[in-house]
Every structure is written in C-alpha cells, then in structure tokens.
Design a binder for this molecule. Structure first.
Ligand SMILES: CC(C)(COP(=O)(O)OP(=O)(O)OC[C@H]1O[C@@H](n2cnc3c(N)ncnc32)[C@H](O)[C@@H]1OP(=O)(O)O)[C@@H](O)C(=O)NCCC(=O)NCCS
Length: 135
C-alpha cells in the first residue's frame, strides 16, 4: 500500500459509521507504554444477516509472542459483542498459519471448517460473554 493509499484508507475509516454493513472496520492497536502502533485488527460486517461478522488481526513481528494480540482481540470481541450484539463472530486464516490458529484456540474459539487452504473458527455471543464472566 502506498502512502497515499494508506492516507485515503485512514481518512475513509475515520468517518465510517461503526455499524455500516458490507464494510471493513479497522482499528489500530497502540502500545500504551511506548505509544507505538503495534498492530491492527478489525471486523467485516456482512450485509446478509445469515453471515457472521468476521474478524482479522495482524501485529508487528517485534511485538509477537508477548500476549498483546490475545489482549487486544479479547477486548475487541467484548466490545463487538456488547455494542453490535451479533449472535456469532468468525475468524478465518490460512491453514498453515499456526500462530493465528493458536491465538483463536487460546481465545476459546471453536473450529468450524478446515480445507487445505483455509481454516475457520467461531465463537457465539453467549459463549464469549460466559467466558468473560468466568475470568
Ligand atoms: C497471528 C498473530 C496476531 C499472533 O500474534 P502473537 O503475538 O503470537 O499472539 P500472542 O502473543 O497474543 O499469543 C497468543 C497465543 O498463541 C500462542 N502462539 C503464538 N504463536 C504461536 C505459534 N507459532 N505456535 C504455537 N503457539 C503460538 C501463544 O503462545 C499464545 O498462547 P498462550 O497465551 O497460551 O501462551 C501474529 O502472529 C501475526 O500478526 N501474524 C501475521 C498476521 C496474521 O497472520 N494474521 C492472522 C490472519 S487473520
């Protein structure tokens, strides 16, 4: 992505209503102690009610393996389930992406479907809020 494309993306995201359907809603993850943006996460809100919203995330390699992704995605799922109240949220990654799958399992997400290319996990609103309440 060029600098201009990045600026356009950020501008579009900054004015996007958080409930807009058929749209990607992206958020930066900032490290509180050093102020750096260390990753981003977001959610695709589908227009078809039978399709679940799908989350995605990526973190800078210098900040991998330190629990930041888990902390951020946990907070994001709680925010999503309490504000948008979808019955279910999915997350999809390449079948070879063991780090992403480890994170989904660590979050308590369930395996839905696996192909040689992709793997999908999900969690329901009831499961997530029960999981949070038990912590
Ligand atoms: C996926 C990604 C966000 C995970 O980040 P991370 O920094 O490893 O996540 P965390 O440090 O919060 O670790 C989460 C859990 O996964 C485990 N884990 C992480 N990488 C692992 C790996 N390669 N193998 C096994 N377990 C792994 C951690 O040990 C941790 O479990 P624990 O809490 O029981 O110790 C990161 O690898 C990334 O940005 N990858 C590139 C982008 C990407 O693939 N995004 C997903 C596509 S949707």
């Amino acid at each position: 992505m060029s600098t201009t494309e990045a600026a356009n993306y950020l501008r579009a995201q900054s004015i996007l209503d958080g409930r807009t359907l058929n749209a990607w809603h992206g958020y930066a993850v900032q490290h509180l102690a050093d102020g750096r943006v260390i990753g981003d996460l977001g959610i695709w809100l589908p227009s078809a009610p039978e399709n679940a919203p799908d989350i995605g995330f990526q973190f800078h390699p210098a900040y991998h393996g330190r629990g930041y992704a888990r902390e951020a995605v946990e907070a994001f799922l709680t925010h999503t389930f309490t504000t948008l109240t979808p019955p279910r949220v999915t997350a999809t990654c390449a079948s070879a992406n063991m780090a992403s799958q480890a994170l989904m399992k660590r979050l308590g997400m369930r395996l839905v479907e696996a192909t040689p290319e992709d793997i999908q996990y999900d969690v329901t609103r009831v499961q997530w809020l029960t999981h949070v309440a038990a912590q």
